[in-house]
Ligand binder design. Structure first.
Ligand code: SF4
Ligand code: SF4
Length: 259
């Protein structure tokens, strides 16, 4: 079986919801030290895979309603920490690391040097999580045709909207590229729901937000300090993903993923 298909099947068998491949040329223009060929000399392609977040986990604030304990702040905190941050974040990220390890190891066994970075906040010392990531999973997912940047600054896919997490493998193997996205998935200024519902105005649009094409780079800015503060004092954790209408209809598309 062709190598790209074999690896995509492996990723899916391990739980990936979407899989795609970008040739390294699609990363041209990346900031210094972020291009795949700088991270892995001889790199030819980047395989990116995502695992969706379960709907009920995503809707965790709904579980506050009708509870005899509501509005007990402790219950809100327990739901946020135990349900959203564990089931909707850490468990998925750990699983994405397992997929990355399996894919990268398979590639090296086949003779192609490969590497991956751990997903955000999975065992990485805090001092390294406060600096820009060495490799942007969001940019890789967009360049693999799996979605586009939305005004919430995360990747909006046709099938799951922005409710999905990512990891990637950079490899010297000349994997078969997936097509870039053909149709927009973020309605941009005609929607603005994520920007409006962000409780403390952490999201603001950039001039690029007025452009009509597929957004390969963020069309908005996130004030991360405001965002971090808001997460711990409100039920906003994930709100900019939860309120996004993309991927909510049964007629959603197949993205640019490997068939
Ligand atoms: S997580 Fe909350 S504060 Fe941060 S951008 Fe999203 S809605 Fe705004
Ligand atoms: S809520 Fe609307 S503007 Fe924000 S990312 Fe989703 S589709 Fe785009």
């Amino acid at each position: 079986m062709e190598l790209t298909t074999t690896l995509a099947n492996t990723a899916r068998e391990l739980g990936a919801s979407l899989v795609g491949v970008a040739p390294v040329e699609r990363f041209d223009g990346a900031p210094p030290a972020h291009h795949p060929t700088e991270l892995l000399p001889g790199a030819k392609a980047v395989m990116t895979f995502g695992i969706r977040i379960l709907d009920r986990v995503m809707e965790w604030p709904e579980l506050l309603k009708g509870s005899p304990f509501y509005p007990e702040p402790k219950r809100a905190e327990a739901l946020r920490v135990c349900l959203y941050e564990k089931s909707g974040y850490e468990v998925i990220n750990d699983h994405l690391n397992t997929i990355a390890l399996r894919v990268a190891t398979h590639l090296e066994e086949a003779g192609f040097p490969s590497l991956f970075f751990p997903t955000t906040n999975t065992g990485v010392p805090e001092e390294f999580t406060r600096i820009p990531a060495m490799f942007s999973q969001r940019h890789a997912a967009v360049r693999a045709g799996l979605g586009e940047f939305g005004l919430n600054n995360v990747v909006v896919t046709a099938r799951y909207g922005p409710r999905i997490r990512w990891n990637s493998v950079i490899t010297a193997a000349p994997l078969t590229p997936s097509p870039l996205l053909a149709e927009k998935t973020c309605d941009g200024l005609a929607c603005l729901e994520c920007v409006r519902q962000c409780p403390h105005g952490a999201l603001s649009t950039l001039p690029e937000a007025a452009e009509q094409g597929i957004w390969l780079n963020p069309p908005a800015r996130t004030d991360w300090n405001t965002c971090r503060r808001s997460r711990s004092v409100t039920d906003c954790m994930g709100r900019c993903l939860r309120v996004c209408p993309a991927g909510r209809t049964p007629a959603n598309g197949r993205n640019g993923q490997i068939a």
